[in-house]
Design a protein around this ligand. Sequence first.
Ligand code: AFP
Length: 323
Amino acid sequence: MRRISPVLQQDGVEPELIALLKTILAACREISFRVSQGELAGVLGSTLGENIQGETQKKLDVIANELLKEVILETGVVKAISSEEEDTIVAGNPQGKYLVTFDPLDGSSNTDINSLIGTIFSILPADPDKAPDDSSLFLQPGTAQVAAGYVLYGPSTMLALTTGHGTRLYTLDNTYGGFLLTEDQAAIPKYTTEFAINMSNQRFWQEPMQRYVADLLLGKTGPRGKNFNMRWIAAMVGDVHRVLCRGGIFAYPRDTKDPQKPDKLRLMYEANPMSFLVEQAGGLSSTGYQRIMDIVPTDIHQRVAVILGSKHEVETCIGYHKA
Ligand code: AFP
């Protein structure tokens, strides 16, 4: 099985970007080990701290964030980083060519129940004329990403990665200590009968999503004429991995549950990297009204509605938003 460097070299990826990706993956290997140790290493449970999203920080959130921040800034090729666990951007090398934005531990509410969690990252080019502490560096649409991926900490630790040459899946081989290519070109089936959404929010959804999901639930007896099955892992990294592996539609739509926070998922370090991976695997990613990767961000912690997955199913869902 092929190692990651020769695969990226074959894609013509710049050596500095390959080195940066390998550094991020080295940190993820360490996180994978800490996660696997769980209570043995006393890393489960929460800290007393809260992040800028107002969420209680898990010990592993902080451990993963510090690990990634430290090794990424040490590379010297990064001008600044932005993280779900950092209120503001963290400046790096003023001559750095890249910006990294990441969710150090997605699905952290799953840590204490030994369920799927992951690290999500997105790499952007850095404007050479801007200062490393200028947060407007990051306000680029998802189409500007030069690389995106996630590492899923599950029964096996897996990596999904794109540099714009398709989406590839790798599995961590702990004997060799590195990621080996296990799926050369992930291809999301165009059609699906599987959907993922937090149904407990149904009464707060907007009308188009209410009608779309109602028709899914009617199955064969309704206008869709086929039965659909539901899944929900409560960690985007887990639900998107399933979509990359066997298709499906994943949605976290806008709702009225908390008028201050109509959208849940973060654009820069959840929606954009996942959208790049999904589109490179032949799927679609939308807010219902707009392609997510065309959104020009206004804030590094901005939230957005997300509908992604199998092309025909996402198009069908978008159709309900047009009606
Ligand atoms: P945490 O990282 O705070 O656990 O949130 C995970 C997440 O951002 C995303 O990964 C899930 O898809 C979604 O939230 C789960 O939301 P619900 O808690 O509403 O199911």
